[in-house]
Design a protein around this ligand. Structure first.
Ligand SMILES: Cc1ncc(COP(=O)(O)O)c(C=O)c1O
Length: 413
């Protein structure tokens, strides 16, 4: 990485030899976060309730744009989230989490009005998969859950075949969270065309894609694209986002007075805000998280998403080479075109190996005690990958990891 010193931009754990490889679950903290959180405390103290109308623009200090807590969700949407997704101004908004966004979406009669099925892959994250099932009875929208193939990846042919005249919406994860498999653009475009031919909507959950690679929502042809800023985008909880295709009319019933056209008129009847994306706001927006929401996005955009992706592919490629040498079967894709930022390896007693590495300040995670996941990302070096695999090889050959206590690993998202 030329001209990019991770130590200048990120805050690392205390151990000087720490190797953080869990970008897929919670990226490192950007160096500007403490200052931004001080700004939050100071704005609150100095301006009190007036901060809803105006605070200094800490997010774009060089601009003359006026911001206040009231307008931050759309301001961050335009200035930071839209560039992450190749989306035009006016289409993106900050959200608290994907669960909320999907619930809002399913509550819109314009979804159910298009058909009586939501076609969803069984590989979708629970925030999508469970929500689709929870809304089924309320909206006459039966879930059509398409089983994955024998590698736990989206069965592309079967998925396309399920989209028909009854389909109201199609939902897919851009990157599978259990496989690290990225759906190819050509397939997603075919899904979009098929869905649109039946007047259905395409909603993509890009949690593990946005921030780790360039995404172009318009080229993909999706109607909605959602995700979070916790992982590769290095934010913390309370930070997610939504893109709504320009011109798409949606009036979610699960909306709040912050999504009303005239919130301070306190009229007896609700009236949806003219800006469709704002209708995805609920009650009083949580403000503190928006102070640190986009500090990681800022770094990724400054570095350039093409360069972020190139670095990630280089390091995941090296990890795969080392896994091959160590005879560790790969659970995630090898092909760079369908690889994401994460590499999954099959290892017996994966939890113990994870705990052992943690004791050596190398942070990965495990799933179902049968795979380990790692995502060497922007702050990692080739040296980090080699140190990790040197330790893995030592652990496996000596069997020392079998004595590691798994209590230290704990659940991670
Ligand atoms: C693909 C995917 N979608 C969504 C989420 C999170 O959803 P939510 O924002 O509802 O917690 C995750 C993981 O945390 C995920 O991996």
């Amino acid at each position: 990485m030329q001209d990019f010193s991770p130590a200048d931009h990120f805050r690392f754990p205390d151990e000087p030899d720490a190797v953080e490889l869990r970008a897929f679950t919670h990226g490192l903290q950007p160096a500007t976060v403490p200052r931004m959180m001080e700004h939050f405390a100071e704005d609150w103290r100095r301006f009190g309730v007036d901060a809803w109308n105006e605070v200094p623009n800490h997010w774009r200090p060089d601009s003359n744009d006026e911001v206040g807590w009231w307008t931050l969700p759309t301001y961050l949407g335009d200035e930071f989230i839209a560039p992450l997704l190749g989306a035009p101004e006016g289409t993106c908004i900050h959200q608290p989490h994907v669960h909320w966004t999907v619930q809002c979406l399913l509550s819109a009669p314009e979804v159910a009005g298009r058909g009586d099925r939501v076609v969803v892959s069984d590989t979708a994250f629970p925030s999508v998969l469970h929500s689709v099932q929870q809304w089924a009875a309320l909206q006459d929208l039966a879930p059509a859950i398409v089983p994955s193939d024998d590698r736990n990846q989206v069965d592309r042919r079967a998925f396309l075949d399920r989209i028909d005249a009854n389909t109201a919406m199609v939902a897919l994860s851009h990157v599978g969270f259990t496989t690290g498999a990225r759906l190819p653009d050509a397939f997603l475009r075919e899904v979009a065309e098929t869905a649109h031919a039946h007047d259905a909507l395409l909603a993509l959950d890009g949690y593990h894609a946005a921030g780790s690679m360039p995404v172009d929502v318009q080229a993909l042809g999706c109607d909605l694209y959602m995700g979070g800023l916790l992982k590769e985008a290095c934010g913390s909880s309370g930070n997610a986002f939504l893109y709504v295709r320009d011109g798409l009319e949606l009036t979610p019933r699960l909306t709040g007075w912050f999504g009303d056209a005239a919130p301070f008129d306190f009229r007896p009847d609700p009236e949806p805000h003219p800006d469709v994306r704002r209708r995805f706001l609920g009650g009083t927006t949580a403000v503190a998280s928006m102070y640190h929401a986009v500090e990681g996005v800022r770094l990724l955009l400054n570095y350039g998403l093409d360069a972020v992706r190139a670095h990630s592919l280089d390091l995941t490629g090296r990890a795969i080479e080392r896994a091959d040498t160590a005879d560790l079967p790969l659970r995630s894709p090898r092909d760079p075109d369908v690889r994401s930022a994460m590499v999954l390896l099959e290892v017996a007693e994966a939890e113990k190996l994870t705990a052992y590495l943690k004791n050596h300040h190398i942070y990965i995670d495990s799933r179902q005690d049968e795979v380990v996941r790692m995502a060497p990302f922007l702050w990692n070096t080739t040296e980090d990958v080699h140190r990790t695999f040197d330790q893995i090889e030592t652990a496996l050959s000596s069997g020392a990891y079998k004595n590691a206590s798994v209590h230290s690993t704990g659940p991670v998202t």
